[in-house]
Design a protein around this ligand. Structure first.
Ligand code: PEP
Ligand code: MN
Length: 455
């Protein structure tokens, strides 16, 4: 094999060989597939199935993200921590899309800019875990790694990595994406309708503090309608999907060479990100994603040194291509004001201009005495505010938010205007992984971010 470790891939053979270079590197967080024959069959089957997204859409998202990196647009990325196969129902998909659209209207007003909408949807099925195993009482079994790998049920059969789930993951992503496309192109996303939904939120007395902003948005929308504005952008909306690129046995067979350009695209999703646990510079994930044309995100936790960020840029975005690289910081509310400014300054001084996005969820996890994994809405908001402050102090642009949310009325995060407390968590805690903002908390967050953006 030629040395493909650093030189840019040139011939089609090199591009293809490069896509398998990760096999020579350490790939963290991969399941142990005992059924090797089944794995081989599933991989071949997925490799022969049609792409889920078209390379042209991926290029378009990269261009949109470039505008956000320049401070001319704002990214809203959100969805489940872990999608499940059982959760891929019309109602649940609709509620999540609806929530993101509602948030986007509020943020568009707040930012006075286009909001790029990206779901953590249609492929967010694989999860990194802190431990490879889980012990309950006397029994130790493999950890749940997401529906695309194994089952949540705590039995040896369910917890064994099952290659048939890879194929089911593809089909579940396909039907989810199909419904998202139908909703966002078929009239459901009409601005006037989305605005009407938001009126329901702000007429709730619990949300009186957002009344002023809500009235301003209402006046702006009524003005447009009175002017007779009725353009395509009012009735349809661009909506992209994303997930963590974690599981090589899904991501590799979904990666194809685009016949138009000869370049490699991961056709499982428009946008892919590398998680905090798999972003090692010399690891398999960074190498693999350095070779695809999709816009790429990298999560950066509180231990990230300025030099780590600079070396990730060199590896993932050597040509400093606008929109190519997004840094998703997840520092923790108590840490962001100290940890983020030095990173922003070092990257700014290097001349690179990645898109900076905040994930105010993953640095703020707590476990209640009763054993629920949760997050405080106030901590989430505090990290968001710290994100804006850090960018203001360094002179860089706070380009978006990345949140775990659902459109349903779950009780997984503490606080918000409904005052979810520890006793309430048990009433409707449905996440198999991290706690999500519910519908109301998501809208409240959008209003607070809009306030921040209009400061
Ligand atoms: C996640 O986004 O669900 C996740 C696991 O995040 P992180 O890699 O930042 O911990
Ligand atoms: Mn999560």
């Amino acid at each position: 094999m030629p040395d493909l470790s650093s030189s840019p891939d040139r011939t089609p053979e090199d591009v293809l060989a490069g896509l398998d270079y990760w096999r020579t590197l350490v790939a963290k967080q991969q399941p142990q597939w005992l059924n090797r024959d089944g794995l081989h069959t599933a991989s071949s089957e997925i490799a022969a199935l049609p792409p889920l997204v078209f390379a042209g859409e991926v290029d378009q998202l990269r261009e949109r993200l470039a505008t956000a990196a320049r401070g001319e647009a704002f990214l809203l990325q959100g969805g489940d921590c872990a999608e499940t196969f059982a959760g891929a129902t019309a109602d649940q998909i609709r509620n999540r899309v609806k929530t993101l659209l509602q948030m986007a209207v509020v943020l568009t007003y707040g930012a006075s800019m286009p909001v790029i909408k990206v779901g953590r949807m249609a492929g967010q099925f694989a999860k990194p875990r802190s431990n490879d195993t889980e012990t309950r009482g006397e029994v130790t079994l493999p950890a749940y790694r997401g529906d695309i790998v194994n089952g949540y049920e705590f039995t040896p059969e369910s917890r064994e990595a099952n290659p048939a789930r890879l194929v089911q993951g593809y089909h579940t992503a396909a039907s989810t994406l199909n419904l998202i496309r139908a909703f966002t192109q078929g009239g459901f996303a009409d601005l006037r309708q989305v605005h009407d939904w938001n009126k329901g939120f702000t007429s709730n007395p619990a949300n009186a503090r957002y009344d002023k902003l809500a009235k301003e948005i209402d006046r702006a929308v009524r003005f447009m309608v009175a002017c007779g504005a009725d353009f395509a952008e009012m009735r349809r909306t661009e909506f992209y999907v994303s997930h963590e690129a974690l599981l090589f046995d899904y991501e590799r067979p979904m990666t194809r060479i685009d016949s138009r350009t000869g370049a490699a695209y991961n056709t499982s999703s428009h946008f892919l990100w590398i998680g905090e646990r798999t972003r090692d510079l010399d690891g398999a994930h960074v190498d693999f994603l350095s070779r695809v044309r999709n816009p790429i995100g990298v999560k950066l936790g509180p231990s990230t040194a300025p030099d780590d960020a600079l070396r990730l840029i060199d590896k993932l975005d050597p040509h400093r291509e606008p929109g190519r690289l997004t840094f998703i910081t997840r520092m923790g509310a108590g840490t962001i004001r100290d940890a983020l400014p030095p990173l922003l300054a070092a990257v700014r001084d290097s001349g690179a201009t990645p898109l900076w996005v905040t994930d105010p969820m993953h640095g703020n996890g707590i476990t209640t005495p009763t054993g629920y994994k949760t997050r405080r809405f106030d901590d989430v908001m505090d990290e968001l505010k710290g994100f804006f402050e850090a960018h203001r102090s360094v002179g860089t642009y706070p380009g978006g938010i990345h949140v775990e949310l659902t459109g349903d009325d779950v009780t997984e995060c503490l606080g918000g205007s409904e005052n979810i407390d520890e006793a309430t968590l048990a009433t409707r805690y449905e996440s198999l992984c991290d706690p999500r903002l519910n519908h109301m908390q998501s809208l409240e967050l959008a209003f607070q971010v809009a306030e921040e953006l209009t400061k």
